[in-house]
Design a protein around this ligand. Structure first.
Ligand SMILES: Cc1cc2nc3c(=O)[nH]c(=O)nc-3n(C[C@H](O)[C@H](O)[C@H](O)COP(=O)(O)OP(=O)(O)OC[C@H]3O[C@@H](n4cnc5c(N)ncnc54)[C@H](O)[C@@H]3O)c2cc1C
Length: 414
Protein backbone atom coordinates (compact mmCIF):
# COMPACT_ATOMS: atom_id res chain seq x y z
CA UNK A 1 0.00 0.00 0.00
CA UNK A 2 1.39 3.46 -0.91
CA UNK A 3 0.92 6.03 1.84
CA UNK A 4 0.21 9.55 0.59
CA UNK A 5 2.44 12.08 2.34
CA UNK A 6 0.22 14.31 4.49
CA UNK A 7 1.20 17.97 4.43
CA UNK A 8 0.88 19.66 7.78
CA UNK A 9 -0.75 23.08 7.89
CA UNK A 10 1.74 25.79 8.86
CA UNK A 11 0.69 28.92 10.71
CA UNK A 12 2.41 32.20 9.96
CA UNK A 13 1.47 35.13 12.17
CA UNK A 14 2.39 38.71 11.23
CA UNK A 15 2.14 41.41 13.90
CA UNK A 16 1.55 44.85 12.35
CA UNK A 17 0.10 45.93 9.03
CA UNK A 18 2.02 48.98 7.86
CA UNK A 19 5.19 49.36 5.75
CA UNK A 20 6.89 46.22 7.08
CA UNK A 21 4.01 43.96 8.19
CA UNK A 22 1.73 44.57 5.19
CA UNK A 23 4.62 44.00 2.77
CA UNK A 24 5.75 40.86 4.60
CA UNK A 25 2.25 39.33 4.66
CA UNK A 26 1.58 39.96 0.96
CA UNK A 27 5.03 38.81 -0.11
CA UNK A 28 4.77 35.59 1.90
CA UNK A 29 1.44 34.97 0.17
CA UNK A 30 2.91 35.67 -3.29
CA UNK A 31 6.13 33.70 -2.84
CA UNK A 32 4.41 30.62 -1.43
CA UNK A 33 2.80 29.95 -4.81
CA UNK A 34 1.12 26.53 -4.82
CA UNK A 35 2.27 25.82 -1.26
CA UNK A 36 -0.22 28.48 -0.17
CA UNK A 37 -2.95 25.91 0.45
CA UNK A 38 -0.91 24.38 3.26
CA UNK A 39 -0.18 27.66 4.98
CA UNK A 40 -2.46 29.92 6.98
CA UNK A 41 -1.31 33.56 7.17
CA UNK A 42 -2.82 35.64 9.96
CA UNK A 43 -2.16 39.36 10.33
CA UNK A 44 -2.79 40.99 13.71
CA UNK A 45 -3.07 44.75 14.17
CA UNK A 46 -5.13 47.08 16.38
CA UNK A 47 -6.17 49.06 13.31
CA UNK A 48 -7.27 48.08 9.80
CA UNK A 49 -5.67 51.24 8.38
CA UNK A 50 -2.48 51.37 6.39
CA UNK A 51 -1.05 54.81 7.17
CA UNK A 52 1.47 56.58 4.94
CA UNK A 53 3.35 57.97 7.95
CA UNK A 54 5.78 60.30 6.04
CA UNK A 55 2.89 62.58 5.04
CA UNK A 56 2.04 63.31 8.70
CA UNK A 57 4.46 66.27 8.39
CA UNK A 58 1.86 68.00 6.21
CA UNK A 59 -1.19 67.36 8.43
CA UNK A 60 -0.56 70.27 10.87
CA UNK A 61 -0.54 72.71 7.94
CA UNK A 62 -3.70 71.33 6.34
CA UNK A 63 -1.81 70.09 3.28
CA UNK A 64 -3.11 66.58 3.96
CA UNK A 65 -6.19 65.19 5.67
CA UNK A 66 -5.77 61.83 7.40
CA UNK A 67 -8.24 60.22 5.01
CA UNK A 68 -5.92 61.11 2.10
CA UNK A 69 -3.01 59.13 3.53
CA UNK A 70 -4.56 55.93 4.76
CA UNK A 71 -6.58 53.05 3.40
CA UNK A 72 -8.38 49.96 4.66
CA UNK A 73 -6.23 46.81 4.34
CA UNK A 74 -9.12 44.36 4.85
CA UNK A 75 -10.33 44.00 1.23
CA UNK A 76 -6.82 43.07 0.08
CA UNK A 77 -6.38 40.46 2.78
CA UNK A 78 -9.87 39.10 2.06
CA UNK A 79 -9.09 38.76 -1.64
CA UNK A 80 -5.90 36.82 -0.84
CA UNK A 81 -7.51 34.74 1.91
CA UNK A 82 -5.17 36.15 4.52
CA UNK A 83 -6.87 36.21 7.92
CA UNK A 84 -6.91 39.67 9.50
CA UNK A 85 -7.56 40.13 13.22
CA UNK A 86 -8.24 43.70 14.26
CA UNK A 87 -6.81 43.49 17.74
CA UNK A 88 -3.51 44.36 19.39
CA UNK A 89 -1.08 41.64 20.36
CA UNK A 90 -0.29 41.80 24.07
CA UNK A 91 2.86 39.67 24.29
CA UNK A 92 4.72 36.82 22.65
CA UNK A 93 5.93 33.65 24.34
CA UNK A 94 8.62 32.40 21.93
CA UNK A 95 9.14 29.18 23.91
CA UNK A 96 5.48 28.20 23.56
CA UNK A 97 5.29 29.70 20.02
CA UNK A 98 2.25 31.65 21.13
CA UNK A 99 1.00 35.21 20.73
CA UNK A 100 -1.34 36.43 23.45
CA UNK A 101 -3.87 38.94 22.13
CA UNK A 102 -5.34 41.94 23.92
CA UNK A 103 -8.83 40.33 23.77
CA UNK A 104 -7.59 37.38 25.84
CA UNK A 105 -7.34 34.97 22.90
CA UNK A 106 -4.17 33.10 21.89
CA UNK A 107 -2.60 32.36 18.53
CA UNK A 108 0.00 29.68 18.01
CA UNK A 109 2.50 30.00 15.18
CA UNK A 110 5.13 28.10 13.27
CA UNK A 111 6.67 31.37 12.05
CA UNK A 112 6.22 34.83 13.50
CA UNK A 113 6.93 38.24 11.96
CA UNK A 114 7.25 41.14 14.41
CA UNK A 115 6.51 44.37 12.54
CA UNK A 116 4.90 46.42 15.28
CA UNK A 117 6.86 49.64 14.72
CA UNK A 118 7.68 51.88 17.65
CA UNK A 119 6.51 53.39 20.89
CA UNK A 120 7.48 56.98 21.77
CA UNK A 121 9.66 57.47 24.82
CA UNK A 122 8.03 60.63 26.20
CA UNK A 123 9.71 60.21 29.58
CA UNK A 124 13.17 61.09 28.26
CA UNK A 125 12.57 64.72 29.30
CA UNK A 126 10.17 66.08 31.93
CA UNK A 127 7.40 68.10 30.27
CA UNK A 128 7.73 66.48 26.83
CA UNK A 129 4.46 64.56 26.93
CA UNK A 130 1.84 66.34 24.74
CA UNK A 131 -0.83 65.39 27.27
CA UNK A 132 0.46 68.32 29.35
CA UNK A 133 -0.52 70.66 26.46
CA UNK A 134 3.04 71.92 26.26
CA UNK A 135 5.07 70.39 23.45
CA UNK A 136 3.58 68.82 20.34
CA UNK A 137 4.76 66.00 18.11
CA UNK A 138 3.61 64.56 14.80
CA UNK A 139 4.47 60.87 15.21
CA UNK A 140 0.89 59.60 15.30
CA UNK A 141 -2.28 60.92 13.58
CA UNK A 142 -4.04 62.15 16.73
CA UNK A 143 -0.99 64.18 17.76
CA UNK A 144 -0.49 65.56 14.24
CA UNK A 145 -4.12 66.79 14.39
CA UNK A 146 -3.50 68.37 17.81
CA UNK A 147 -0.41 70.06 16.35
CA UNK A 148 -2.69 71.51 13.67
CA UNK A 149 -4.90 73.07 16.36
CA UNK A 150 -1.85 74.55 18.08
CA UNK A 151 -0.53 75.87 14.78
CA UNK A 152 -3.83 77.66 14.10
CA UNK A 153 -3.62 79.27 17.55
CA UNK A 154 -0.05 80.36 16.77
CA UNK A 155 -1.12 82.04 13.54
CA UNK A 156 -3.75 84.01 15.48
CA UNK A 157 -1.30 84.96 18.23
CA UNK A 158 2.28 84.56 16.92
CA UNK A 159 5.38 84.10 19.09
CA UNK A 160 8.62 82.09 19.23
CA UNK A 161 8.59 78.53 17.89
CA UNK A 162 10.97 75.68 18.68
CA UNK A 163 11.24 72.66 16.39
CA UNK A 164 13.65 69.78 16.78
CA UNK A 165 14.39 66.53 18.50
CA UNK A 166 15.35 65.49 22.01
CA UNK A 167 18.51 63.65 22.93
CA UNK A 168 18.44 59.99 21.79
CA UNK A 169 15.89 60.78 19.05
CA UNK A 170 16.42 59.19 15.65
CA UNK A 171 13.77 60.73 13.38
CA UNK A 172 15.47 64.08 12.74
CA UNK A 173 14.70 64.00 8.99
CA UNK A 174 10.95 64.36 9.58
CA UNK A 175 11.55 67.14 12.11
CA UNK A 176 13.64 69.07 9.53
CA UNK A 177 10.76 68.68 7.07
CA UNK A 178 8.25 69.97 9.60
CA UNK A 179 10.57 72.92 10.37
CA UNK A 180 10.84 74.04 6.75
CA UNK A 181 7.11 73.52 6.19
CA UNK A 182 6.44 75.62 9.31
CA UNK A 183 8.58 78.41 7.85
CA UNK A 184 6.81 78.19 4.49
CA UNK A 185 3.32 78.17 6.00
CA UNK A 186 4.06 81.06 8.37
CA UNK A 187 5.22 83.09 5.38
CA UNK A 188 2.13 82.14 3.41
CA UNK A 189 -0.04 83.27 6.32
CA UNK A 190 1.92 86.57 6.58
CA UNK A 191 3.08 86.09 10.17
CA UNK A 192 6.64 84.84 9.70
CA UNK A 193 8.09 88.23 10.74
CA UNK A 194 6.36 87.85 14.12
CA UNK A 195 7.88 84.41 14.80
CA UNK A 196 11.41 83.65 15.95
CA UNK A 197 12.07 80.16 14.66
CA UNK A 198 14.55 77.85 16.47
CA UNK A 199 15.88 74.42 15.51
CA UNK A 200 17.42 72.30 18.27
CA UNK A 201 18.89 68.89 17.59
CA UNK A 202 21.05 66.25 19.27
CA UNK A 203 22.99 65.84 15.99
CA UNK A 204 26.67 66.88 16.29
CA UNK A 205 26.25 68.95 13.12
CA UNK A 206 23.39 69.98 10.83
CA UNK A 207 22.46 67.30 8.32
CA UNK A 208 23.94 64.41 10.28
CA UNK A 209 20.43 62.81 10.09
CA UNK A 210 21.52 60.03 12.46
CA UNK A 211 23.47 58.36 9.64
CA UNK A 212 26.74 60.25 10.13
CA UNK A 213 25.81 62.69 7.37
CA UNK A 214 25.89 62.78 3.58
CA UNK A 215 28.36 64.68 1.38
CA UNK A 216 27.29 68.33 1.18
CA UNK A 217 24.45 67.88 3.67
CA UNK A 218 25.80 70.14 6.39
CA UNK A 219 26.58 72.99 3.98
CA UNK A 220 23.17 72.74 2.38
CA UNK A 221 21.33 72.84 5.70
CA UNK A 222 23.42 75.75 6.95
CA UNK A 223 22.48 77.62 3.79
CA UNK A 224 18.77 76.83 4.33
CA UNK A 225 18.94 78.04 7.95
CA UNK A 226 20.51 81.29 6.82
CA UNK A 227 18.16 81.73 3.87
CA UNK A 228 15.03 81.20 5.99
CA UNK A 229 16.38 83.03 9.08
CA UNK A 230 16.19 80.04 11.42
CA UNK A 231 18.34 80.02 14.59
CA UNK A 232 19.84 76.63 15.35
CA UNK A 233 21.62 74.69 18.04
CA UNK A 234 23.34 71.34 17.44
CA UNK A 235 24.53 68.85 20.09
CA UNK A 236 21.57 70.03 22.18
CA UNK A 237 20.52 68.16 25.26
CA UNK A 238 17.35 69.14 27.13
CA UNK A 239 17.23 69.18 30.92
CA UNK A 240 13.47 69.73 31.26
CA UNK A 241 10.55 71.55 29.70
CA UNK A 242 8.44 73.90 31.75
CA UNK A 243 5.41 75.86 30.64
CA UNK A 244 6.55 77.46 27.37
CA UNK A 245 10.22 77.20 28.32
CA UNK A 246 12.93 74.71 27.33
CA UNK A 247 15.78 74.41 29.80
CA UNK A 248 18.90 73.02 28.18
CA UNK A 249 21.54 70.98 29.99
CA UNK A 250 24.06 73.76 29.33
CA UNK A 251 21.88 76.07 31.47
CA UNK A 252 20.46 78.14 28.61
CA UNK A 253 16.72 78.50 28.17
CA UNK A 254 14.52 79.05 25.13
CA UNK A 255 11.04 80.50 25.52
CA UNK A 256 8.42 79.34 23.07
CA UNK A 257 4.80 79.83 22.20
CA UNK A 258 4.67 76.56 20.27
CA UNK A 259 7.11 73.65 20.14
CA UNK A 260 7.35 70.37 18.24
CA UNK A 261 10.01 67.93 19.40
CA UNK A 262 10.64 64.43 18.11
CA UNK A 263 11.00 62.04 21.02
CA UNK A 264 13.22 58.94 20.95
CA UNK A 265 11.64 55.72 19.73
CA UNK A 266 11.58 52.38 21.49
CA UNK A 267 10.03 49.06 20.54
CA UNK A 268 6.22 48.71 20.73
CA UNK A 269 4.70 47.74 24.09
CA UNK A 270 3.96 44.21 22.87
CA UNK A 271 7.63 43.63 22.15
CA UNK A 272 8.73 45.14 25.45
CA UNK A 273 6.44 42.62 27.11
CA UNK A 274 8.25 39.81 25.24
CA UNK A 275 11.69 40.12 26.86
CA UNK A 276 13.18 36.95 25.36
CA UNK A 277 13.03 38.61 21.93
CA UNK A 278 14.21 42.15 22.51
CA UNK A 279 16.99 44.42 23.78
CA UNK A 280 16.56 46.86 26.67
CA UNK A 281 14.72 49.30 24.38
CA UNK A 282 12.27 46.72 23.11
CA UNK A 283 13.81 46.24 19.64
CA UNK A 284 13.98 42.71 18.24
CA UNK A 285 17.51 41.32 18.09
CA UNK A 286 18.19 39.79 14.69
CA UNK A 287 21.02 39.35 12.21
CA UNK A 288 21.02 40.47 8.56
CA UNK A 289 18.47 37.76 7.71
CA UNK A 290 16.11 39.46 10.21
CA UNK A 291 15.80 36.10 11.98
CA UNK A 292 15.97 36.21 15.77
CA UNK A 293 19.34 35.15 17.21
CA UNK A 294 17.85 32.43 19.42
CA UNK A 295 14.29 31.78 18.29
CA UNK A 296 14.84 30.84 14.67
CA UNK A 297 11.14 30.85 13.73
CA UNK A 298 10.80 34.48 14.82
CA UNK A 299 11.61 37.31 12.39
CA UNK A 300 11.35 41.09 12.61
CA UNK A 301 11.00 43.82 9.98
CA UNK A 302 10.84 47.59 9.82
CA UNK A 303 11.18 49.84 12.84
CA UNK A 304 10.78 46.87 15.22
CA UNK A 305 14.32 45.71 14.32
CA UNK A 306 17.31 46.54 16.53
CA UNK A 307 19.78 48.66 14.51
CA UNK A 308 23.01 49.69 16.17
CA UNK A 309 24.89 52.72 14.80
CA UNK A 310 28.18 51.59 13.23
CA UNK A 311 29.88 54.83 14.33
CA UNK A 312 30.86 56.12 17.75
CA UNK A 313 28.68 58.86 19.21
CA UNK A 314 30.92 61.06 21.37
CA UNK A 315 28.61 63.99 22.09
CA UNK A 316 24.85 64.08 22.75
CA UNK A 317 23.16 60.72 22.17
CA UNK A 318 21.08 60.23 19.03
CA UNK A 319 19.69 57.20 17.22
CA UNK A 320 19.71 55.76 13.73
CA UNK A 321 16.62 56.54 11.59
CA UNK A 322 14.57 53.59 10.40
CA UNK A 323 12.86 54.88 7.31
CA UNK A 324 10.17 53.57 5.00
CA UNK A 325 12.35 52.11 2.26
CA UNK A 326 14.35 49.75 4.52
CA UNK A 327 11.12 48.88 6.34
CA UNK A 328 9.64 47.75 3.02
CA UNK A 329 12.88 45.96 2.03
CA UNK A 330 13.16 44.11 5.35
CA UNK A 331 9.50 43.05 5.03
CA UNK A 332 10.44 41.49 1.67
CA UNK A 333 13.60 39.81 3.01
CA UNK A 334 11.67 38.30 5.91
CA UNK A 335 8.98 36.98 3.56
CA UNK A 336 11.60 35.44 1.30
CA UNK A 337 13.41 33.80 4.19
CA UNK A 338 10.28 32.32 5.76
CA UNK A 339 9.23 30.86 2.41
CA UNK A 340 12.74 29.41 1.98
CA UNK A 341 12.49 27.68 5.36
CA UNK A 342 9.04 26.32 4.48
CA UNK A 343 10.52 24.98 1.23
CA UNK A 344 13.22 23.18 3.22
CA UNK A 345 16.05 25.47 2.15
CA UNK A 346 18.68 26.39 4.72
CA UNK A 347 20.38 29.33 2.96
CA UNK A 348 18.71 32.60 3.86
CA UNK A 349 19.02 36.04 2.25
CA UNK A 350 21.05 38.45 4.33
CA UNK A 351 21.34 42.22 4.01
CA UNK A 352 22.08 44.21 7.13
CA UNK A 353 20.13 47.45 7.66
CA UNK A 354 23.16 49.64 6.95
CA UNK A 355 23.79 47.93 3.58
CA UNK A 356 20.30 48.75 2.28
CA UNK A 357 20.35 51.76 -0.09
CA UNK A 358 19.29 55.18 1.23
CA UNK A 359 16.34 56.46 -0.79
CA UNK A 360 14.68 59.53 0.70
CA UNK A 361 13.03 62.74 -0.43
CA UNK A 362 13.15 65.55 2.10
CA UNK A 363 10.55 68.28 1.74
CA UNK A 364 12.48 71.43 2.66
CA UNK A 365 9.39 73.64 2.40
CA UNK A 366 10.20 75.85 -0.57
CA UNK A 367 12.34 73.12 -2.17
CA UNK A 368 12.71 69.40 -1.96
CA UNK A 369 15.93 67.46 -1.64
CA UNK A 370 16.78 63.94 -2.81
CA UNK A 371 19.04 61.86 -0.59
CA UNK A 372 20.40 58.84 -2.40
CA UNK A 373 23.20 56.45 -1.44
CA UNK A 374 24.05 52.85 -2.25
CA UNK A 375 24.26 52.12 1.50
CA UNK A 376 22.54 53.80 4.42
CA UNK A 377 25.74 53.61 6.46
CA UNK A 378 29.34 54.23 5.43
CA UNK A 379 31.34 52.90 3.64
CA UNK A 380 29.39 54.04 0.60
CA UNK A 381 30.55 54.05 -3.00
CA UNK A 382 27.79 56.43 -4.03
CA UNK A 383 26.04 59.14 -1.98
CA UNK A 384 24.44 62.31 -3.22
CA UNK A 385 22.19 65.09 -1.94
CA UNK A 386 20.39 66.75 -4.78
CA UNK A 387 18.13 69.79 -4.32
CA UNK A 388 15.33 69.70 -6.87
CA UNK A 389 15.39 73.17 -8.36
CA UNK A 390 12.67 72.48 -10.94
CA UNK A 391 9.64 71.50 -8.88
CA UNK A 392 8.54 70.20 -5.50
CA UNK A 393 6.20 67.36 -6.31
CA UNK A 394 8.65 64.44 -5.98
CA UNK A 395 7.58 63.68 -2.40
CA UNK A 396 3.91 63.97 -3.35
CA UNK A 397 4.49 61.64 -6.30
CA UNK A 398 6.21 59.16 -3.96
CA UNK A 399 3.24 59.27 -1.58
CA UNK A 400 0.80 58.71 -4.44
CA UNK A 401 2.88 55.86 -5.85
CA UNK A 402 3.28 54.16 -2.47
CA UNK A 403 -0.41 54.39 -1.63
CA UNK A 404 -1.38 53.18 -5.12
CA UNK A 405 1.00 50.22 -5.00
CA UNK A 406 -0.19 49.09 -1.58
CA UNK A 407 -3.89 49.78 -2.18
CA UNK A 408 -3.64 47.36 -5.09
CA UNK A 409 -1.61 44.83 -3.12
CA UNK A 410 1.39 45.23 -5.46
CA UNK A 411 3.79 44.77 -2.56
CA UNK A 412 6.42 43.21 -4.84
CA UNK A 413 7.05 46.57 -6.52
CA UNK A 414 10.01 48.60 -5.16
C1 LIG B 1 6.46 61.90 11.27
C2 LIG B 1 7.26 60.87 10.54
C3 LIG B 1 7.71 61.14 9.25
C4 LIG B 1 8.44 60.21 8.56
N1 LIG B 1 8.90 60.52 7.32
C5 LIG B 1 9.55 59.60 6.59
C6 LIG B 1 9.98 59.90 5.27
O1 LIG B 1 9.82 61.02 4.78
N2 LIG B 1 10.59 58.92 4.57
C7 LIG B 1 10.78 57.69 5.09
O2 LIG B 1 11.33 56.83 4.39
N3 LIG B 1 10.40 57.37 6.34
C8 LIG B 1 9.79 58.29 7.11
N4 LIG B 1 9.39 57.98 8.37
C9 LIG B 1 9.63 56.62 8.88
C10 LIG B 1 8.56 55.64 8.37
O3 LIG B 1 7.31 56.14 8.70
C11 LIG B 1 8.80 54.28 9.02
O4 LIG B 1 10.01 53.78 8.51
C12 LIG B 1 7.72 53.28 8.72
O5 LIG B 1 6.46 53.73 9.15
C13 LIG B 1 8.06 51.97 9.42
O6 LIG B 1 7.12 51.01 9.10
P1 LIG B 1 6.79 49.83 10.12
O7 LIG B 1 5.79 48.97 9.43
O8 LIG B 1 8.04 49.21 10.60
O9 LIG B 1 6.17 50.52 11.41
P2 LIG B 1 4.83 51.37 11.51
O10 LIG B 1 4.59 52.13 10.28
O11 LIG B 1 4.92 52.13 12.78
O12 LIG B 1 3.69 50.27 11.68
C14 LIG B 1 3.55 49.52 12.84
C15 LIG B 1 2.37 48.59 12.68
O13 LIG B 1 2.26 47.79 13.87
C16 LIG B 1 0.93 47.83 14.36
N5 LIG B 1 0.96 47.58 15.80
C17 LIG B 1 1.30 48.42 16.79
N6 LIG B 1 1.15 47.81 17.98
C18 LIG B 1 0.72 46.56 17.72
C19 LIG B 1 0.36 45.45 18.54
N7 LIG B 1 0.41 45.53 19.87
N8 LIG B 1 -0.06 44.33 17.95
C20 LIG B 1 -0.13 44.25 16.60
N9 LIG B 1 0.18 45.26 15.78
C21 LIG B 1 0.60 46.39 16.33
C22 LIG B 1 0.45 49.23 13.96
O14 LIG B 1 -0.96 49.30 13.98
C23 LIG B 1 1.02 49.31 12.55
O15 LIG B 1 0.21 48.61 11.65
C24 LIG B 1 8.70 58.93 9.13
C25 LIG B 1 8.24 58.65 10.42
C26 LIG B 1 7.55 59.61 11.13
C27 LIG B 1 7.06 59.30 12.53
Amino acid sequence: MILKKQSVMKNIVVLGTNFAGFTAALQIHKKLGKKRKNVKITVVSPTHDFLYVPSLIWVPFGRRELKDIRFDVRPIYEEKEIVFLEVGADRVDPVANTVYLADGKELSYDYLVCATGIHMNLDIVDGLNPKYENVQNIVIPALAMKTREEFEKLVQDPGPVVVGATQSASCMGAAYEYLFNMDKELRRRNVRDKVDLYWITPEPYLGNFGIDGMPGGEGMLKAFMKMYNIHYLVDASIERIESHKIILKNGNTIDFKMAMLMPPFEGAEVMKKSPELVDEKGFVETDGTYQHHTYKNVFAAGMAVQVKPPFIITKTAYGVPKTGYPSDVTGKIVADNIVRLINGESKLISKSWGRIPAVCIMDAGHKEVYLLANHLFRPRQFAIILPNIFNDWGKIALEKYFLWKNRHGYSWLP
